[in-house]
Design a protein around this ligand. Sequence first.
Ligand SMILES: [Zn+2]
Ligand SMILES: [Zn+2]
Length: 397
Amino acid sequence: MAKPARKIARDRGASLRFWGVRGSTPTVDKDTWRYGGNTACVELITPAGARVILDCGTGLRMLGRHLDATLESERIESHIFVTHYHWDHIQGLPFFSPLYEEQNLLHFYSFRSEYLGADSLKRVFEAQMAYPYFPVNLSAMAAQREFTEMNGGAGVRVPGARVTARWLHHPQGCLGFRFETDAGTIVYATDNEPGNPQLDQSMRELAAGADIFINDAQFRPEELATTRKGWGHSSWLEGVKIAREVGVKNLVLFHHDPDSADKVVDSLLRDARGHFPNVWAAAEGMTMTLGDEHLDVVMPSVRQGLRRDANFRARVTGLTDSGHVFEEETVISDLTFHGALIHLGHCPKLQSELQVQLDNPGIGGTSNSPLRLRGYVVRIEPDPDKEHTAVGIVFTE
Ligand SMILES: [Zn+2]
Ligand SMILES: [Zn+2]
């Protein structure tokens, strides 16, 4: 028999976890792995231990797997707020495993769309799972589902949070949500284009004094002013303006463009920090915990990398927390290996394995044992030096 739903203890803090941060469509390009390719889905645990889910993009599937793995047979109860019905905010629904377990209770909140009519979100479920778009019939979704309609200005309570909704400026409508908790205020406002005076004001009221303000930052400011004008999205610059005007403490750039490689998101974040210090770029797996007047941000561990102990000398330059440039010599003691380009006199077979042994220079004359790695050949190219071949390898072991 299933165990009752468990309250999640969080020492009266409020914690956020990002399961999908991408806008428009998921991406699996390797250049987007670091921030992640799943579409919008954020989990909020309130100080009372209630689980809130913001949007149901493809990140929702990962959250479902996580709940299955951590809660085992416990009953799952969640409050799920859907901002609007574009694909990138609903596509994870048919793949959310807790929907298929009878014992679970899921409360959904969203608005009545003029295109879908009454029970809009129910219509979405029916449409997504209609033949021939999905192999499983809707009747397989055995979880108890409750639907609440919300409009701009509406408010509801969930355990540990007072929730208010406001309309945002986006094609076919979109809601932003504000969660006021004992640990602080979190505002989730994605899919919004600035430029409508009434809705711009509404956005400011929604964001006023927020500890964490999650905002659409899909485009560069110059794109938003030209080629992407009218597409329904925003930029880091608009987020920074709002943050400054209404006393937001931390701004999170969200809804990254699927064509923005990690390096592009890095540059947007750098630009934003030049104008407002407390900016973060949402990344899959990133957690933010509010409590005791401070915010803890933890980044996910680097995806899939082999680790070897090492003692490589290195010179490091960077920026301190307070924005000062520093430079220092150090020793790299733990290095992650993804791959390498090596130059060989032989030509190994593509998709074959290579054993690679790296010298580990050590410090102060002490010699370390060499690093032994197994590589898999993914690329063979002519080398500028005619005697050699350039061999691209990915380390597997
Ligand atoms: Zn979107
Ligand atoms: Zn949208």
